[in-house]
Write a new protein. Sequence first.
Length: 323
Amino acid sequence: MGNRYNIIGSKIFMTGGAGFIGTRIARELADDNEIILFDNLHNNAYKTSGLGDTPSVRLVQGDVRDIEAIRKAMEPDVDYVIHAAAIAGVDTVISNPMRVLEVNIKGTFNVAEAALGLKGLKKFVDFSTSEVFGQHAYNVDEFEINPTVTIGEARWTYAMSKLIGEFVVHAHHLQNHMPTGTVRPFNIYGPNQVGVGAIHQFVKRAIAGEDLTIHDDGSQIRAWCYVDDFIHGVLLAMKSERSAGRSYNIGNARSTVTVYNLARMVIDLAGSKSKLAFKAMNYSDVALRIPNIKSARDDLGFEPQIELEEGLKRTIEWYRGTK
């Protein structure tokens, strides 16, 4: 699909490249480009991605906190940099907020600084998060952010670290004329997801016939975006000249559902006998998260195609096949 975006004959450096989304991007572009995946393998989707036998894809193990390792791996003729590496997941954020801040902020500083040395850089694409909008994000646009967060509550360390990362990247655009663009993923899911993720956990448990755990009463509302749609948005931003210095929400507002109803959908579509188990949360959660994608639609031509039921069917089928 590289030809679809006219990304051909390029060298692409991607941090977090061995993760769920990074490996999917690599598969999209591997036929037409050379790709360097830089990752510490904390969440390793590479081993089940089929990329190990792809000669145009190379995996370099390293940590974004180590700028010399980044500089060594980021070869001077790299055309595109995708910075997807980060620490996510509420449990990790709460248990080790200092590490989250160091990886997400220092890591972004390091990758952007290393990219300054690239003479032929066409675009630096940074991954942010929908969490920058705080607890309530309904129809939120890209320009004005008013997060409602509590100082001292570790839950929001991740969101604020990613928001700082956006400012770092935009500062490089303004001060150093770096061609940057930022994407904010809204609840991405799909085959070969590793680590955290409600759909990932629900699907695996439903296939195994285990209880699906729902926090509190499951009334939290989310808009879910299938991974192929998100990658489409990333590559449009990567290629478009209009994305320079901009941030874009990438998601699918049509696939909005409560967590409770999502769990019921997964059980029904999987034909599972799993039950629902309710568990009280001991930290603050996001009550509502639905994107406004008008800017991505207007500037990039982005439009999600895979609705929730179809995406869940594809995801269930993949996990059932790998099992």
